[in-house]
Structure formats: structure tokens, C-alpha cells
Design a protein around this ligand. Structure first.
Ligand code: PMP
Length: 431
């Protein structure tokens, strides 16, 4: 059916001439699944529309921000009103204050917050605060967790690196990389050994408390509790990277679910309602170290952009009463049930985040809590079903290692259709 994708193919050929891989963020380029990325021209509700006029039920949702669906009317109205007032002020303004107060009043461990433009920036800044506060230099990260593309975090990272030939990026500054320590997920003894040997050098441990960048790898509560205990007893800070899980798993993110209070937390995605926003926040004494209050420098020309702040506020206000989280949990549970027992397929899900793992050697063994437990053919086995779904008008994120997202715009009929399509496609795989 490739003749129906003429416009995407023509645009991809042009794009590759002027941009690396024809895209502006790696996973968009379909390297992990092969073929031509569909060039999308718009989205509405649960649907994306491509340049060839075809529609898709979208389970990527811009990689997470769109918890309300595409073009949510309230977010749109807030953004349009902001646009009419002037969209970049470069001054103190009230719009970021509204968003900051909303967050600080609802999340006890966020006593103070600073807005930036991306999750990467939020992480970079939180790491700098941790080093400034502890006067130590090492940062501990976990294998398979992704924390954006700052040098020190591009080691054993997930997301686009999960499907790259090497687990670390090229081009990293060797001195910077030496400051990163890496531990496996789900291994308390390894963590204890590492802290016993290096604990006094560690400024902070950073973790996605719900790792969602190498498939979805929910951690045991004891593991997160051990990490919290070890950081505290060694004078290191605990940073939860909730760029994906923040405001998605519940208003208080995964920290709210697991009951562990991080010293610092990073946000992105949902917090901006689909506009470019990131944020870092946490204990007041730590955040007071940030310029101009304190000596840790961090700045941004377009930070707290009024358009993005207004859109973020309009999105978060709809999530406050918890109704949408309840609706998404029910929808997620329905999808999980409908996928149960499909040959060669395992699903791991928390709330509205799901991960489908496919293997030609029978059903992958769950729970998977580390990338090391994956079936070896997980990447290759995803390609066929991915393209077959695409042809049927169902858009999953184009990589076996990316998770799927449900939104308030998805319906029971949508998830039933996804499960039925997979059941038919995989009927012949070994069980
Ligand atoms: N941290 C986590 C947990 C993420 O998932 C991501 C992006 N997927 C980032 C940080 C980086 O965010 P951004 O892409 O906005 O820079």
C-alpha cells in the first residue's frame, strides 16, 4: 500500500537533505521499525492526520504530554488568549506564578519550582543544584533510564539509545562522563555495594521512579525505598525524574504513588499541556541556591513563556479533581485485560502508560524490571506488527522500547480495536 504514502515519502526525501535523518528528534525517524515516517499535519482528540489524508488512532500522544488528547479545547482557548496578549515578555509576569502556586500547593515535596523549556534542561539544572548543595561531583544513574541528552546522562540510557548500536552516545566529554556512576535497576545489593564504596562522593542519585524509557519497568517498592534510605544515610540527594510520570500517574506523579519524597524532582511533558515546558523543584533550602536567590546559575531567555505557562495551567486544572486519572486507569485496565493471552505478547502497564513487548519465541516472562530480562528479539519482533497496525490506522510510537500513552480522548472502542488488531496479527506466534 506504499503508493498511498506518496506525500510522506516526498517530504522525507526533502527533509533528509536538510536535517540529520530527516527529523528533529531521533525516534521520529522510524529507524527502529524501518520504512518512511508518516508526516503528520495535525491531531484532534485521539487522532492524528497525515499529509496523505489518512487518520490514525494515536497511542504515542507526542511521547506523553497530551494526556487530554490532541487540541484540547480548554488548552487551546488558554493558548489563544495568551497569544492575543503577546507571547514573550522577558520580564516577571503573573502566568508562571499561577502555575507555580498550583503545583506548590498540591505537591508537598515541591516547596519551590523553576520553569525551563524541556525535560533535559530540568535534569541538567537539578544535577547542578545537587552538586552545588553537596559540594560533591558524582551522580548515580540507572541502566536503561533516560534523563534527556545532557552529556552526563547519555550513558546506558533508554529512549532513542535503546535501539542505537551502542548504549552510549558518541561525542561525550570524557571528564564529564567520569562523574557518572551507573547501577542496575532492581538490584538492592549492587546499590548497597556501590554506596559502601563511593557513597561519600555521590551528590545525587537520579532515577525515573517509574522507568518508562526502555519499555515500562515498574520497580519494586523495596528497591525505591532502599535507594531513598541509602542516599539519605550517605548524605546524597534523591532526584526523581518525573518527566514522564509527573501529572500522568496522578497529580503528584509516581512519588505520590510510592510515598517516597524526593529532595528534587524534574517535570516535563504533561506540565506544559503539549507546549515546551520543563521544571525542576523540591526542598526550599535547595531551590534557594538557584540564581538569583543563590549561587547556582541557571537561566533561560524563553523560560516560563506565557503561552506555554497558560497552556500548562489549563491542562493541569483539568487534572486536579482526579476524575481523568480514574477514567484512564479504567481504560488502561481494559486494554491490559483485552491483550491478555495474545500469543507472543506481554503487556506491562501503570495507569495510562503501557508497554507491549512481542517475541517470536513465546510469551515474554513478566514482570520485567530491567532491560536485561528482555527477549532478545523484542526489537525485531515489533516491526511487523507496528507496520501492520499503521496500515490499519493505529499509530504506536515507532520503537519497541517506547511506551504507549492513553489520553482522555481515547475510548473503550479504541482500545478494544487495538487489542483485536494485535490478536489477529499475532495469532500464529508461539504461545
Ligand atoms: N527525563 C525523562 C524521564 C524523559 O522521559 C525525557 C524525555 N522523554 C527527558 C528527561 C528529556 O525531556 P526532553 O525531551 O523534554 O528534553
Amino acid at each position: 500500500m506504499s503508493d498511498t504514502h506518496n506525500a510522506s515519502e516526498a517530504l522525507f526525501a526533502r527533509a533528509r537533505r536538510v536535517s540529520p535523518g530527516g527529523v528533529h528528534s531521533p525516534v521520529r525517524g522510524f529507524r527502529g521499525v524501518g520504512g518512511t515516517p508518516r508526516f503528520m499535519v495535525g491531531g484532534h482528540g485521539a487522532r492524528l492526520r497525515d499529509v496523505d489524508g489518512r487518520e490514525y488512532v494515536d497511542y504515542c500522544m507526542a511521547f506523553g504530554p497530551l494526556i487530554l488528547g490532541h487540541a484540547d479545547p480548554a488548552v487551546r482557548a488558554a493558548a489563544e488568549a495568551a497569544l492575543a496578549r503577546g507571547w514573550s515578555l522577558g520580564t516577571a509576569e503573573p502566568y508562571s506564578l499561577d502555575l507555580a502556586e498550583l503545583i506548590v500547593s498540591r505537591i508537598p515535596w515541591v516547596e519551590s519550582i523553576r520553569f525551563v523549556n524541556s525535560g533535559t534542561e530540568a535534569v541538567m539544572s537539578a544535577l547542578r543544584v545537587a552538586r552545588g548543595a553537596t559540594l560533591r561531583s558524582k551522580i548515580l544513574k540507572f541502566e536503561g533510564c533516560y534523563h534527556g541528552h545532557t552529556d552526563s546522562m547519555l550513558l546506558r540510557a533508554g529512549s532513542g539509545l535503546a535501539e542505537a548500536p551502542l548504549p552510549d552516545s558518541a561525542g561525550l566529554a570524557p571528564d564529564v562522563v567520569q562523574e557518572t556512576l551507573i547501577a542496575p535497576l532492581d538490584d538492592i545489593e549492587a546499590l548497597e555495594r556501590l554506596f559502601a564504596a563511593r557513597g561519600s562522593q555521590i551528590a545525587a542519585a537520579i532515577i525515573e521512579p517509574l522507568p518508562a524509557n526502555y519499555g515500562l519497568l515498574p520497580q519494586r517498592a523495596e528497591f525505591l525505598a532502599a535507594l531513598a534510605r541509602l542516599t539519605r544515610s550517605h548524605g546524597a540527594l534523591l532526584i526523581f525524574d518525573e518527566v514522564i510520570s509527573g501529572f500522568r500517574i496522578g497529580f503528584q506523579g509516581y512519588a505520590g504513588v510510592c510515598g517516597i519524597r524526593p529532595d528534587l524532582v524534574t517535570y516535563g511533558k504533561v506540565i506544559g499541556g503539549g507546549f515546551p515546558v520543563g521544571a525542576y523543584g523540591g526542598r526550599r533550602d535547595l531551590m534557594e541556591l538557584v540564581a538569583p536567590a543563590g549561587p547556582v546559575y541557571q537561566a533561560g531567555t524563553l523560560s516560563a513563556n506565557p503561552l506555554a505557562m497558560s497552556a500548562g495551567l489549563a491542562a493541569l486544572q483539568q487534572l486536579l479533581d482526579g476524575r481523568i486519572y480514574g477514567q484512564l486507569e479504567a481504560l488502561g485496565a481494559r486494554l491490559e485485560r483485552a491483550l491478555d493471552g495474545i500469543p507472543g505478547l506481554a503487556v506491562q502497564r501503570v495507569g495510562s502508560i503501557f508497554w507491549i513487548c512481542i517475541s517470536g519465541h513465546g510469551r515474554p516472562t513478566t514482570p520485567m524490571r530491567t532491560p536485561a530480562r528482555f527477549p532478545l528479539d523484542a526489537g525485531a519482533s515489533f516491526k511487523g506488527p507496528f507496520h501492520a497496525l499503521l496500515e490499519q490506522g493505529i499509530y504506536l510510537a515507532p520503537s519497541a522500547f517506547e511506551v504507549g500513552f492513553l489520553s482522555a480522548a481515547h475510548t473503550e472502542a479504541h482500545v478494544d480495536e487495538l487489542a483485536a488488531a494485535l490478536r489477529t496479527l499475532l495469532a500464529d506466534l508461539p504461545r
